[in-house]
Design a protein around this ligand. Structure first.
Ligand code: PFF
Length: 457
């Protein structure tokens, strides 16, 4: 596809909002608290923040570089820099990851719609904790409703991708994001003023270093990649729409900061309440969905709060599903010359099948497991813990090996017009630290480090 035909984002704020829109989503508000709860709280948080800083930020800047430098979709970008080589496999890994993530993400996005509807239709105040839990279990293990909502969410994403109303989304994000911050803030205060809230804070901020295991490190690393939308070329695709004035460094820094802030607010909103209501922090994917209704029930106008919150959460999820869908659609459209509508339909049809099976794995197909994981858990594990970190590692190795440092610097400084004070530090982290660290976490998790140590000693 020629460069002139490619759209670019309208304004500076538009660039930031679209990218933040991709990063901020269910990953921050649903997945982050549940991962924290399952991985020992503060110990996980500490490793997570380290991963964001030393892996997330360099990988994000590198993806921005590739995307804007080539103006291509994920797979095309690698072909453009290294034609005729196997490097394009990184791009295929990304396209496949986008597709698989959509397959389970749309199920949870569908749950937000159910909760949105419920807050508009049935009263929540005065219900005991157990009722919220059992209502959730009945809903999520059902067939028609959760699948119906999954399909609805995929359909909305599809329509937006085909009709190209991203501009509308860009505009909506500008209002939605500040509102999301505001409501998270209010809910944090409510949660912090509940009885026993301090236990939640201890769980979050008082690390037990003994809890940092290889599996915690892998989970934190996977979560960092998932939350920042990196490792699969989503941001390569978005950066391909950036214009030549976009400041790649500050955009990366702002996206990372905002994304981390939302995740932290979500954790402060959830954990004091979890301990106050006696919910198990290790509850898993349902954690947020059984905790939050209890927080709302403690507020005056409970249903209104719940309605506003789930509307914002659904929109945050939508800006992320759009970015995921765009990765796969742009690839099919540009590499196979399908029309955009045909490319999008193929992607949506595939996602629909994955989504239905994922949804059923909370009920009817619960017993069918691979390595002890249900279909939903398998998609989540394979993408967040394997494909994204592996993709990130390969992206760094690729740029480190194949791209001339001068070209890298020129692109990241907009041809020398903006300074990059820490360029050498960035380049060092991107080329050496990130790939080695990611590799070590993998080896450790696979138990290979122990084997190597035994062989040496
Ligand atoms: N970052 C999104 C979230 O936190 O909800 C999820 C996501 C979007 C992951 C886009 C990967 C991606 F490419």
């Amino acid at each position: 596809m020629s460069e002139e035909k490619r759209v670019t984002f309208g304004s500076k704020l538009g660039v930031l909002m679209a990218t933040v829109g991709s990063a901020v989503g269910l990953g921050n508000i649903w997945r982050f608290p549940y991962m924290l709860g399952e991985n020992g709280g503060a110990a996980f948080l500490l490793v997570y923040i380290i991963c964001i800083l030393i892996l997330g930020l360099p990988v994000m800047i590198t993806e921005f570089f590739i995307g804007r430098h080539t103006h291509r979709n994920t797979a095309g970008a690698f072909k453009a820099v290294a034609p005729g080589t196997k490097w394009s496999l990184i791009g295929y890994n990304g396209v496949l990851a986008a597709f698989l993530i959509l397959g389970f993400y749309s199920v949870i996005a569908g749950w937000t719609l159910e909760y949105l509807l419920q807050s508009a239709s049935s009263s929540m105040s005065g219900k005991p904790v157990e009722v919220f839990t059992s209502e959730f279990n009945i809903f999520s293990s059902g067939i028609i409703r959760p699948i119906g909502w999954t399909i609805a969410f995929i359909a909305v994403t599809h329509i937006i991708i085909v009709s190209g109303v991203e501009k509308g989304i860009e505009r909506a994000s500008k209002i939605m994001m500040p509102l999301l911050f505001l409501i998270l803030f209010v809910l944090c205060i409510r949660s912090l003023t509940l009885p026993n809230a301090d236990k939640g804070l201890m769980f979050l901020f008082n690390p037990d270093f003994g809890k940092i295991t290889s599996s915690v490190a892998l989970s934190a690393m996977g979560q960092a990649f998932f939350s920042l939308s990196i490792g699969m070329g989503c941001l390569i695709t978005y950066a391909s729409y950036f214009n030549k004035k976009t400041n790649l460094q500050t955009t990366a820094l702002q996206v990372t900061l905002l994304d981390t802030l939302v995740a932290l607010l979500a954790a402060v909103m959830i954990f004091p309440a979890v301990f106050s209501f006696g919910i198990a922090p290790t509850a898993g994917p349902e954690l947020v969905f059984i905790t939050l209704p209890n927080v709302f029930a403690q507020l005056p106008l409970a249903n209104l709060w719940s309605f506003i919150f789930f509307t914002l959460l659904a929109l945050a999820a939508l800006t992320s599903t759009i970015s995921l869908h765009e990765v796969a659609t742009a690839y099919m459209h540009e590499e196979f010359s399908f029309s955009r509508a045909k490319a999008a339909s193929l992607v949506s049809a595939g996602v629909l099948i994955l989504g239905i099976i994922s949804s059923l794995s909370f009920g009817l197909l619960k017993e069918y497991t691979v390595f002890g994981l249900t279909f939903f858990e398998l998609l989540d594990y394979v993408t967040a813990k394997i494909m994204l970190p592996l993709g990130g590692m390969m992206i760094c190795i690729f740029v480190g090996l194949r791209v001339d440092r001068k070209i890298l610097k020129a692109e990241l400084t907009n041809r020398g017009t903006v300074p990059f004070y820490f360029f050498n530090t960035y380049a060092f982290f991107m080329k050496y630290v990130a790939p080695v660290l990611i590799g070590l976490v993998f080896l450790n998790e696979l138990g290979l480090l122990k084997m190597i140590r035994r062989l040496i000693v």
